[in-house]
Design a protein around this ligand. Structure first.
Ligand SMILES: [Zn+2]
Length: 571
């Protein structure tokens, strides 16, 4: 491809609206342009990156035995009413009516459509298992679209759905997808972790998220420093402590102290000069059947998802001021476990074995010093209900957990029979009996993955693409296009590389070298081959690695083989 014939509208300045590196760089490199909030056009350079990303995903899905289909983007309401999700999906679903007043939505996901399709074409166990996927548009009306294509409303996603005869088969399909995802992100050249995830409102009973590691990532993941345990913050477990030794620790006398308008952990610990780890945070939640009290250490954070799962409630909501006051007879900030009646108290494992804590006094402007378990109050159960953090023990091996930041680019779920039951997708078993198919679903955000690659790999000069998804593998850059011999050498190298099946961009623009070098760095092409005065005089060209910045001189006649060799090394 010739630069002069290609459209790469690079920007010299940082666009004001871009908050993260990938958004800023995709705009500056001329890959995307915004049409409306969360809705982007992809320009030719961006299109090449997206297409290469999608192609790797496609190849690995095919290798895993999945079959490509295309499902409609516009979906009738009836399907969603059948699955029971039309009324629960909320405002993320963009709904519309056709000329006959029939209701539709723009597909935010495709479980309903695929289940409907499969139940119409599959009737026997002999046709199972099957895994169908598409690489296609989705629309989710995000409340706050931002970060460019990272959190867009309209986006390209690979979504796959597996159908099996039983749980064992579904487990196998899930494993196949897990392995395929690992291969995909390895081939994409990304540093990633597969983390255990909470299944959340999509339902189902098991799931993993694939996180590209990047300091700027929105998600926090917790990973073991020793084994391969990793989970997202909502899910990450902490190894329960051993039972504390019963030695004669001095239990001090309780003391009620005045703490006028001192409410937060910081305020209380500063005022009473105690460490946050000696404070009991008392939190009131309303749940399915009334309310409960949760206790965590002052230096720990409650994890509402873990609490919800621990007590087995669908909904757990931090209580409002009125409920706190009704239960504790004190305003928020002064709640404590001592004297609470007729309420379940769940205490985090982190408090177990500790003594002489500080807690709220259930009275305005009062805290209690030297509060002790069993002597002063009792808890219903201890459990793992706090957020895991740096230094907590791994649930698998007991070694130290670490937190890292990541960007979620893929998610795989075991769905069970949630959709096959509600939409009655059955097959006949060998005995002629109808059974519900067991499903799984598997997504990868294509644009998001490309953006995550940029987020993980860039510098102050621009993008540093992994070779697998770089828009071009090599940029051939004649320094002075008016110099006939320079251009002849550049053209020859360009022709030979192109003939060798390599994606080459020839910067044949009559621009100042500074501009050409700047653009080359910005668009992140892995190798830059510079043909300058030295090519004519000394018969040498420069090959520069975008990633390492390393430049080496090679004789003109060896240029092509040196490029081919370098590309082989980096892939
Ligand atoms: Zn571990």
């Amino acid at each position: 491809m010739r630069y002069s014939k290609f459209l790469i509208p690079t920007l010299r300045e940082d666009p004001a609206e871009a908050e993260v590196a990938s958004h800023r760089l995709m705009l500056r490199a001329g890959m995307i342009r915004k049409l409306a909030a969360g809705i982007y056009s992809t320009l030719p350079l961006g299109e090449r990156v997206i297409k290469k990303t999608a192609q790797i995903v496609r190849e690995e899905m095919n290798r895993a035995g999945a079959l490509e289909v295309t499902l409609p983007f516009v979906q009738p309401a009836e399907l969603w009413q059948e699955s029971g999700r039309w009324n629960v999906y909320g405002k993320e679903m963009l709904r519309l009516k056709d000329r006959n007043d029939r209701e539709f939505c723009l597909g935010p996901t495709h479980e309903e459509v695929i289940t409907n399709l499969v139940k119409g074409v599959i009737s026997s166990y002999k046709q199972l298992p099957v895994n169908l996927y598409q690489i296609h548009t989705k629309f989710r009306d995000e409340i706050r679209p931002r970060f460019g294509v990272m959190r867009a409303r309209e986006f390209i996603m690979k979504d796959a759905y597996s159908f099996d005869t039983d749980e064992e088969g579904a487990e196998k399909s899930y494993r196949h997808m897990y392995d395929a995802y690992c291969r995909i992100f390895e081939r994409l050249g990304l540093k990633f972790r597969a983390v255990e995830a909470d299944t959340g409102p999509i339902g189902g009973n098991f799931s993993h998220e694939f996180m590209v590691l990047a300091d700027t990532g929105e998600d926090v993941i917790v990973a073991c420093s020793n084994c391969d345990y990793a989970a997202n913050m909502e899910k990450a477990e902490i190894k329960p402590p051993d039972d504390p030794e019963k030695n004669n620790i001095d239990l001090k006398k309780t003391e009620r102290v005045e703490t006028p308008n001192i409410k937060t952990v910081d305020e209380v610990t500063a005022f009473l000069r105690v460490s946050p780890s000696k404070l009991i945070k008392t939190l009131v939640f309303s749940c399915d059947d009334g309310h409960i009290v949760a206790l965590v250490r002052g230096d720990h954070e409650i994890n509402e998802v873990k609490l919800r799962n621990f007590i087995g409630c669908d909904n757990v909501l931090l209580a409002d001021e009125d409920l706190v006051e009704e239960l504790t007879h004190a305003p928020r900030g002064f709640a404590g476990p001592v004297g609470l009646k007729d309420v379940k108290i769940i205490a985090d494992f982190g408090l177990k074995g500790g003594t002489n804590f500080v807690s709220g006094g259930n009275e305005k402007d009062i805290h209690i010093m030297n509060v002790n378990f069993d002597r002063d109050f009792s808890v219903t159960r201890f459990g793992d209900i706090r957020c895991a953090g740096d230094g907590d023990p791994c649930p698998r091996c007991g070694q130290v957990l670490e937190t890292k930041r990541g960007i979620e680019v893929g998610h795989i779920f075991k769905l069970g029979t949630k959709y096959s039951r509600s939409m009655n997708a059955t097959y006949l078993d060998p005995g002629g009996e109808p059974n519900h198919m067991v499903m799984g679903c598997y997504g990868i955000g294509i644009g998001r993955t490309a953006a995550a690659a940029i987020e993980q790999s860039h510098d102050e000069n621009g993008i540093i693409f992994p070779e697998s998804i770089a828009p071009f593998s090599v940029l051939v850059l004649p320094v002075d296009t008016t110099e006939k011999i320079q251009m002849e050498i550049a053209e020859k190298i360009y022709r030979e590389l192109t003939a060798g099946g390599i994606d080459v961009l020839l910067d044949d623009r009559d621009e100042r070298p500074g501009i050409k070098f700047k653009d080359a760095d910005m668009i992140g092409v892995p190798l830059r081959l510079t043909v300058g005065r030295n090519a004519v005089k000394g018969n040498n060209v420069d090959i520069k690695s975008r990633k390492t910045g390393e430049i080496r001189q090679v004789p003109v006649e060896d240029a092509v083989s040196a490029v081919v060799e370098s590309l082989g090394e980096s892939s």
